[in-house]
Design a protein around this ligand. Structure first.
Ligand code: NAD
Length: 459
């Protein structure tokens, strides 16, 4: 099957069918400094408006995105593979939420007064300057949005480099915003690592990146010379802990959904499941039953719940991890059958151990790995035995589950539910899953330079 090409033209292929969906011109890396210079020119007037003025300029883009959600969602699905309803939902949800989001950003960065001891201080949250937004393919409209919208409304100008796997939907997103933004405020460059490196090396002040740990590390190294500000949202190996006394129906339904949705290609997918031995057989039976509902197919076909993997490389990586685990003694409890093209069967693996790569390295595929544990203490130790720490989920009796949740070294934890926080919560990683963060009032301020201006009695 053809893979994305990155010569003069970036061709984007449907991962389900191999058909060409469309193309964009690849941006020559040598042109990126001039594009960044244009972003810097646009900064003078954009950065000097109030955040509320900027919010009001961007606001109509929300309705435009929502109104075109069917058309954009189809493009998203054809380019990336997820089921059509999810593709449309990603576009509609982003559009419908935009108006509240821009108001939340404007409010978060409004000047704050601190008075005391004869001093009146104002805290300002000013724009940092030019923001490079570099994004992955797994939520190919939402990720560019998460990195771009707060940067814009806080007064930065943005050069967006979306994934080379999903340039078309990211370009379509930027085109909608650009119907309302002044020229030069949001530009898009297309390409792969060569363009990403050139953008990081250019005269940018902030790099807002979502992607793998490995690339995050490279960006951090490249940014060190200029001490450029960083927001790095990286990979993970999220644990799910199921304790004796848990609602096993709810735990199994969550385990299947969070292991298989988006074909497992989610940063906060459940990648490791620790179940107390006393309830393991029952949990496993329920998980296998739940797994039957995850029908694999082309995202454009009715009834598809799990689309294809994004690339041959990603599928090979998951197959290799599965084969190694099975060779080391893991047992396929459900699925595991081979499929053509980029499709993979949702698979439940039992009897895994931490000696296996599938319990240590991010899988990013439709696999649920189950390991029996004796005690809650053991579950906490194993869950924390990872370089990552994005999310985690605990199912169990409320008090015990709450106390286990507080001992997890993950930044976002769900107790008897998924990990998504209430509106206003930041999206944040611990350990090597993140560096700085975004979303919610606290996250929006990460896109800003704080300035402290004081007057009053001579100090
Ligand atoms: P990736 O790191 O391979 O690529 C991400 C982006 O970085 C792409 O646009 C790519 O072209 C660019 N890039 C590659 N090399 C670069 C370099 N040297 N300098 C600058 N840019 C460079 O990630 P991916 O395969 O697109 O996405 C999957 C990864 O993203 C997974 O690890 C997943 O966990 C992570 N992710 C994290 C979150 C989160 O919120 N923490 C959300 C979604 C995805």
């Amino acid at each position: 099957m053809p893979t994305t090409t990155t010569t003069a033209q970036l061709d984007s292929f449907n991962p389900a069918t191999g058909e060409l969906v469309g193309s964009v011109p690849t941006t020559p890396a040598a042109e990126i400094p001039a594009i960044v210079a244009r972003a810097r020119e646009a900064l003078a007037s954009w950065g000097s408006m109030t955040a509320q003025q900027r919010a009001d300029i961007v606001r109509p883009a929300g309705k435009a995105l929502a109104d075109r959600a069917d058309e954009l969602g189809e493009l998203l699905t054809r380019e990336m593979g997820k089921p059509l309803a999810e593709g449309v939902g990603e576009c509609r949800g982003t559009g419908e939420g935009l108006s509240d989001e821009v108001d939340e950003i404007a409010k978060a960065v409004a000047p704050q007064r601190l008075d005391g001891d004869g001093v009146k201080t104002t805290l300002y949250h000013d724009p940092l300057g030019v923001c490079a937004a570099i994004t992955p393919w797994n939520f190919p409209l939402a990720m560019p949005h998460w990195m771009t919208l707060p940067a814009l409304v806080t007064g930065n100008t943005v050069v967006l480099k979306p994934s080379e796997q999903t340039p078309l939907i990211a370009q379509a997103y930027a085109d909608v915003l650009n119907e309302f933004l002044p020229a030069g405020v949001l530009q898009v460059v297309h390409g792969a690592d060569e363009q990403g490196k050139a953008l990081v090396a250019a005269d940018v002040d902030l790099i807002a990146f979502t992607g793998s740990k490995t690339v995050g590390q490279k960006i951090m190294q490249a940014a060190a010379g200029g001490l450029k500000r960083l927001i790095l949202e990286l990979g993970s190996k999220d644990p799910l802990i199921v304790l004796e006394g848990a609602d096993l129906d709810a735990a199994a339904a969550f385990a299947a959904r969070n292991s298989f949705r988006n074909c497992g290609q989610v940063c906060v997918s459940t990648e490791r499941i620790y179940v107390q031995d006393s309830v393991k057989d029952l949990f496993l039976a329920k998980l296998m039953e739940e797994s039957k509902a995850y029908a694999v197919g082309d995202g454009m076909s009715e009834g598809t719940v799990v689309g294809p993997m994004i690339s041959d490389e990603q599928k090979s990586h998951v197959e290799r991890q599965l084969a190694d685990a099975i060779a080391a003694g893991a047992r396929v409890a459900f699925g595991g059958d081979k499929r053509d093209g980029r499709f993979m069967s949702p698979t439940v693996l039992d009897g895994v151990t931490h000696a296996m790569d599938i319990m240590r390295t991010e899988t990013f595929g439709p696999v649920a790995c189950v390991m029996g544990i004796g005690t809650a203490d053991e579950a906490v130790a194993l869950a924390n035995d990872s370089e990552y720490g994005l999310g985690g989920v605990v199912f169990g009796p409320d008090d015990q589950a709450r106390s286990v949740a507080r001992r997890l070294n993950s930044a976002m934890v769900g107790v008897n539910r998924g990990l998504a926080g209430a509106p206003g919560s930041p999206w944040v990683g611990a350990k090597q899953s993140g560096y700085s963060y975004h979303s919610g009032p606290m996250g929006h301020r990460q896109f800003c330079q704080v300035r402290v201006v004081s007057e009053g009695d001579p100090g």
